[in-house]
Design a protein around this ligand. Structure first.
Ligand code: NAD
Ligand code: UDP
Ligand code: UDP
Length: 343
């Protein structure tokens, strides 16, 4: 039996995502690296709600205390300021490894640091998992497919990635992180899980992080033109954050290593996205064209057959349903509660 099951006798509930996540059992001790960030903080909410004890490890590069402050004072919650590039000693049952900037603006800001976080940071967390027999989940990315020559992208596709471009610190960093994860699995018997996450949006995204959904929403709210890069015909598939968190938890609890695509197959051009934002916020919102960034993938859409079949997971929240939830959060943060109440 794997170390994880030997130690915790988890064979009964640990059965391929078939057991409901709410199943009553003893709370686990869980580390979430990057837990003060956008996705991490939503994951922490669900784990705490489920009865687990959570340690957030974050260096606050793109994360914020505000995202997890509502757990301060809860004895099952702990926040550690730590950079995963440095070794870490802890005793836990599971490690959700999210630490890494996700917005192109952030990860290009200091590309060498991004590589170190992905490679040395992931190595350290795998070394930790190996020492304590914890199960390890890597949040990889659809960027491992690069500018894909296969559409939609299936997990068996190896990708089309520029190794020397401005996005490589992230794409190649995550590809190496996946390699390390599989090598610790094969070589040291570490229990691992790999998620390949597609573009995700929702409350708590950094308002000015440069990603397209946060940009368009903030711009439309501020009555500024929405900046469409290039001709706006490139596509992305946008997943609401609660769907992603459900997928990550099912993957961690299930028996399959992956990699699994976790994304919403609904595919939109940037111009179509701008239209949905207009419909949600302001029909008069203007569009302004800007030159596109280097190596921008032309299209992206997950094939999620594998996650459907093996994890029993699929997204539930459409862009039209999810966007208003993000908009009300952005409204509050941009204008304060007063304006929100009056708008
Ligand atoms: P985010 O930037 O909001 O969160 C990342 C968190 O990691 C932040 O709290 C940041 O402070 C922390 N961090 C960064 N470097 C660190 C380091 N060296 N040590 C400790 N903490 C560090 O991003 P997110 O959108 O929440 O993404 C979370 C994870 O999901 C990332 O690994 C990202 O690559 C992956 N992902 C996200 C998306 C998406 O669309 N949001 C898509 C694909 C993959
Ligand atoms: N590591 C860590 N915490 C631990 C165990 C290991 O941060 O509890 C780090 C360790 O510093 C090393 C990395 O994880 O840099 C890989 O550890 P491993 O034991 O696999 O390799 P080694 O130390 O033999 O190079
Ligand atoms: N984009 C855009 N306007 C913006 C920001 C981004 O048109 O203000 C485009 C960008 O060129 C890319 C797509 O939106 O084609 C998604 O970009 P994002 O940075 O959100 O994510 P990623 O490129 O990592 O998928």
């Amino acid at each position: 039996k794997p170390a994880y099951e030997r130690r915790f006798g988890l064979t009964n509930w640990n059965s391929g995502g078939k057991v409901p996540l709410g199943l009553k059992r003893k709370g686990l001790r869980i580390v979430v690296t990057g837990g003060a960030g956008f996705v991490g903080s939503h994951l922490v909410d669900r784990l705490i709600e489920r009865g687990d004890s959570v340690i957030v490890v974050d260096n606050f590069f793109t994360g914020r205390k505000e995202n997890v402050m509502h757990h301060f004072g809860n004895p099952r919650f702990e926040l550690i300021r730590h950079d995963v590039v440095e070794p870490l000693l802890l005793e836990v049952d599971q490690i959700y490894h999210l630490a890494c900037p996700a917005s192109p603006v952030h990860y290009k800001f200091n590309p060498v640091k991004t590589i170190k976080t992905n490679v040395v940071g992931t190595l350290n967390m795998l070394g930790l998992a190996k020492r304590i027999g914890a199960r390890f989940l890597l949040t990889s990315t659809s960027e491992v497919y690069g500018d894909p020559l296969q559409h939609p992208q299936v997990e068996t596709y190896w990708g089309n990635v520029n190794p020397i471009g401005v996005r490589s610190c992230y794409d190649e960093g995550k590809r190496t992180a996946e390699t390390l994860t599989m090598d610790y699995h094969r070589g040291a018997g570490v229990e691992v899980r790999i998620a390949r996450i597609f573009n995700t949006y929702g409350p708590r995204m950094c308002i000015d992080d440069g990603r397209v959904v946060s940009n368009f929403v903030a711009q439309a709210l501020r009555k500024e033109p929405m900046t469409v890069y290039g001709d706006g015909k490139q596509t992305r598939s946008f997943q609401y954050v609660s769907d992603l968190v459900e997928g990550l938890m099912r993957l961690m609890e299930g028996e399959h290593v992956g990699p699994f695509n976790l994304g919403n197959p609904g595919e939109f051009t940037m111009l179509e996205l701008a239209k949905v934002v207009q419909e949600t916020i302001d029909p008069d919102a203007k569009i302004e064209y800007r030159p596109n960034t280097e190596d921008d993938p032309h299209k992206r859409k997950p094939d999620i057959t594998k996650a459907k079949d093996l994890l029993g997971w699929q997204p539930k929240v459409s862009l039209q349903k999810g966007l208003p939830l993000m908009v009300s959060d952005f409204r509050k943060r941009i204008f304060g509660d007063h304006k929100e109440a009056g708008s």
